[in-house]
Ligand binder design. Structure first.
Ligand code: DGY
Length: 320
């Protein structure tokens, strides 16, 4: 059976597929395939192992043909795949909700909070420019975390870990979620509130929701207006959750203190205005970029394919 792997992934994942006896076909280019190239590439595949930046559309699914049984995404988010259409065709879609990955993203989120509140990146740039000049009492004034309110939007695996770590720094942690999580409230000492109240109360708002029709641009003119002028926005989820133009506008008019972003609405494009704002920390979608995480994701994606192509239910099926 043939498995089409759209981009280079850690070797450990390919080993799992080859050890299971599959023919593994890799993308011969060093780049992302265009839609048409992708359609040609997946022709006749029984399984597709793709990245979160591959758009797996109806056309790609149809081009693969009748043998296709599984699309295994190398990533937790799977908004790049038309999973409903896949389901209608009897094609399974899986993701890689690796515990190591959740930990990496949670730690990175905390890192971004520190970076933007303590103005670490601005200070670094200042020194590299040769502007250091000597100690001064009032340059790059930052903020302490203790006693501030962190609002977590989406209390899934990553949100829970962020909450747990944040509590250790003395933050008050509030959250919003479709279904209230009494257990997590008790375990981590969290307070539940509506999305709107969370925006009103929080000094730092951190986004941890998947990108769906419901969450697309949930941070927009209306919701930014509810936030404190002194608040910070952190996004390590998906760029599409934020209306980037509105965010730029609010940052520019001082209606928000700062933002730290790892993901962008029109990724890989980054709104150039964001790059010009000193109170914004921008990183290139690297929150889970840790070698063990990448290996774990490769093994998980490959195992999902092995299970599916052997007629079993893969462990991380998302379009049940
Ligand atoms: C994911 O897993 O969805 C991340 O965004 C990429 O590692």
């Amino acid at each position: 059976m043939k498995v089409a792997v759209t981009r280079k992934i850690p070797r450990v994942g390919i080993d799992v597929l080859e050890d299971a006896g599959f023919e593994v076909v890799g993308n011969p280019t060093e780049r992302l395939l265009t839609g048409v190239e992708l359609q040609n590439f997946v022709k006749g595949a029984d399984g597709i192992l793709c990245l979160i930046i591959d758009r797996i559309t109806k056309e790609v699914i149809d081009a693969a043909g009748g043998n296709l049984k599984i699309i295994a995404n190398y990533g937790v988010g799977y908004d790049n795949i038309d999973f409903e259409y896949a389901k209608s065709k009897g094609v399974m879609v899986t993701n890689t909700p690796s515990e190591l990955s959740s930990r990496a993203v949670a730690e990175f989120t905390i890192g971004l909070i520190f970076a933007v509140l303590k103005r670490i990146v601005e200070g670094d740039e200042f020194c590299r420019r040769g502007d250091m000049g000597g100690w001064k009492p009032e340059i790059f004034l930052g903020m302490n975390l203790e006693g501030r309110t962190l609002g977590i939007v989406g209390l899934g695996r990553i949100g829970c870990l962020v909450a747990k770590i944040a509590k250790a720094f003395g933050l008050r942690v509030v959250y919003t979620k479709r279904n209230r999580d009494l257990e997590a409230e008790k375990e981590f000492g969290l307070e539940y509130m509506s999305f709107e109240n969370l925006l009103r109360e929080s000094d730092i708002v951190s986004l941890h929701v998947p990108l769906t029709n419901e969450t697309r641009r949930m941070i927009n003119q209306r919701t930014l207006e509810l936030m404190k002028d002194t608040a910070f926005l952190i996004n390590t989820s998906r760029g599409g959750v934020v209306d980037e133009a509105a965010l730029v506008e609010y940052l520019k008019k001082g209606k928000l203190s700062g933002a730290a972003l790892d993901v962008y609405e029109y990724e890989p494009e980054i709104n150039p205005e964001l790059c010009g704002l000193p109170n914004v920390v921008i990183t290139p979608h690297i929150a889970s970029s840790v070698q063990e995480v990448r290996d774990d994701m490769a093994i998980m994606a490959a195992k999902n394919i092995v299970e599916a192509l052997n007629g079993r239910t893969p462990p991380n099926l998302v379009n049940r």
